[in-house]
Design a protein around this ligand. Structure first.
Ligand SMILES: NC(=O)c1ccc[n+]([C@@H]2O[C@H](COP(=O)([O-])OP(=O)(O)OC[C@H]3O[C@@H](n4cnc5c(N)ncnc54)[C@H](O)[C@@H]3O)[C@@H](O)[C@H]2O)c1
Length: 419
């Protein structure tokens, strides 16, 4: 018998498995990717937040195991679903990965099972999409099995806030469902926060991500205004952040990245239409944030114009940092991809350097050594640690800095263009 089965062994599933296993629970990871399953069973982690040494220890102790076989779910006490919930090209929710998996789970559902959805989604998904599929098994929620939603709040690459110490929000279909899910998470994470329905729990996660998207859009818009007004916006953000209350610092950048913030808000936009409602903040933020790579391309173009009397076409541009955030190799939805595409379409000769991303298969590029004197312009897209940005400014003809990585030096140097 397994205590916890987790369907989807990705950025969410693997750290979750570690937390439960370290709390003394036996964990089964179920993934359709046989290669990932084999790696997990050898104690090799492909998720940066879970060190292989820690995983191997848990695998050797028999606390974590992985399989491709859904039949093994029958022997689990609880089934947690951590599967992707992407958007289509037309920005519509794609629930099919999750709903197909739930159909598989329904075939193995037995009395006593607890099922919890962890994937980010619009309010109503657990009740409208998951519940009927599970009840198609003939079992009844609240009587035969329990069902709840509990959003994952992992921030990849972060070590101060982890799956263990970030409070876990839980909302069940019935009170008994909430109790059961809260008890399970309470056995492994530090704090559980109950809400009265899965819809509240689903919207909690979306509110958190919409909050970020809207605030990032706000600073992205003001950064563009400041460029015209010749005000250093980074200095303004740092100054505003000295206010001890009522202000939270957000930084401008070349666009949104990661699995969550560029995608999740549009799950709510889509659902809101069912209620004749337009989520204007989300749409506006999306418009501003999605335009950032285009704006950044034009900044690079201007910088080359003024700094080197060159056009974008034919210039050698080195993109420094391509991951969607510093110090990790996560490329999901990275704005660097869009920016590189736009620069290439404009005729620039693009190379990139990123110590965390050796290859970009989608663009058929590989990371090159950082040799700024061999290019016309370096564009700092992701501010990884371990790079001497002051020395970079000294040895580069034109630097375009979208992250304020060059700090004071960039502020005073006339070869640096900042967002
Ligand atoms: N990554 C994050 O930072 C983060 C944070 C909070 C919430 N979320 C949400 O959590 C959910 C999962 O995201 P993730 O980042 O862990 O995804 P991921 O892509 O890292 O992992 C998903 C895993 O599911 C597996 N998979 C796909 N289809 C399957 C199937 N039918 N059966 C079994 N396994 C299958 C894949 O092989 C992969 O290993 C999403 O809804 C996401 O929005 C992600």
């Amino acid at each position: 018998m397994t205590d916890v089965a987790i369907v989807g062994a990705g950025y969410v599933g693997v750290p979750l498995a570690q937390v439960f296993a370290e709390a003394g629970r036996s964990v089964l990871l179920v993934d359709r990717d046989a290669e990932r399953v084999a790696m997990l069973n050898r104690g090799e982690s492909y998720i940066e937040d879970v060190p292989s040494a820690a995983l191997k220890h848990l695998v050797d102790a028999g606390s974590v195991r992985a399989t491709t076989d859904y039949d093994e779910l029958r022997g689990a006490e609880a089934i947690l679903i951590a599967l992707p919930t992407p958007l289509s090209k037309q920005r519509e929710p794609v629930l099919s990965i999750m709903t197909r998996a739930v159909d598989e789970i329904a075939q193995r559902l037995r009395p006593g099972h607890l099922v919890v959805l962890e994937s980010t989604t619009y309010p109503g998904t657990t009740r409208e999409e998951i519940l009927p599929r599970l009840e198609a098994s003939g079992l009844k929620v609240g009587e035969d099995f329990n069902l709840a939603f509990s959003p994952e709040r992992v921030d990849p690459g972060r070590s101060d806030w982890t799956t263990k110490n970030v409070p876990k929000v839980v909302g069940g279909i019935t009170d008994a469902c909430t109790d059961r899910a809260a008890d399970l998470y309470g056995s492994a994470v530090d704090t559980v926060h109950r809400v009265t329905s899965p819809e509240s729990a689903e919207l909690t996660k979306l509110l958190e991500n919409i909050f970020r998207s809207v605030n990032i859009a706000l600073v992205n818009e003001l950064a563009q205004l400041c460029e015209r007004m010749k005000i250093d916006f980074w200095e303004v953000v740092d100054a505003a952040a000295t206010k001890p209350f009522g202000f939270m610092s957000f930084k401008p950048g070349p666009g949104l990245g990661g699995h969550c913030i560029p995608i999740d808000p549009f799950y709510l936009t889509w659902k809101a239409r069912e209620y004749d409602f337009t989520t204007e903040f989300i749409e506006l933020a999306g418009r501003i944030n999605e335009n950032m790579p285009y704006y950044c391309r034009s900044l690079i173009s201007q910088a080359l114009n003024h700094g080197k009397q060159r056009s974008l076409k034919g210039s050698k541009v080195l993109v420094l940092g391509v991951a969607y955030k510093p110090n990790i190799g996560d490329m999901r939805e990275s704005p660097a991809l869009k920016l590189i595409e736009l620069l290439q379409a404009g005729g620039a000769d693009i190379s990139y350097h990123d110590p965390h991303v050796p290859r970009l298969d989608e663009l058929d590029l590989q990371s090159v050594p950082l040799a700024p004197d061999e290019v016309d312009c370096v564009a700092i897209v992701t501010d990884h640690a371990g790079i001497d940005y002051a020395a970079l400014v000294d040895s580069t003809a034109v630097v375009v800095d979208f992250r304020n990585a060059t700090g004071e030096k960039g502020r005073t140097s006339d070869t640096v263009w900042k967002l």
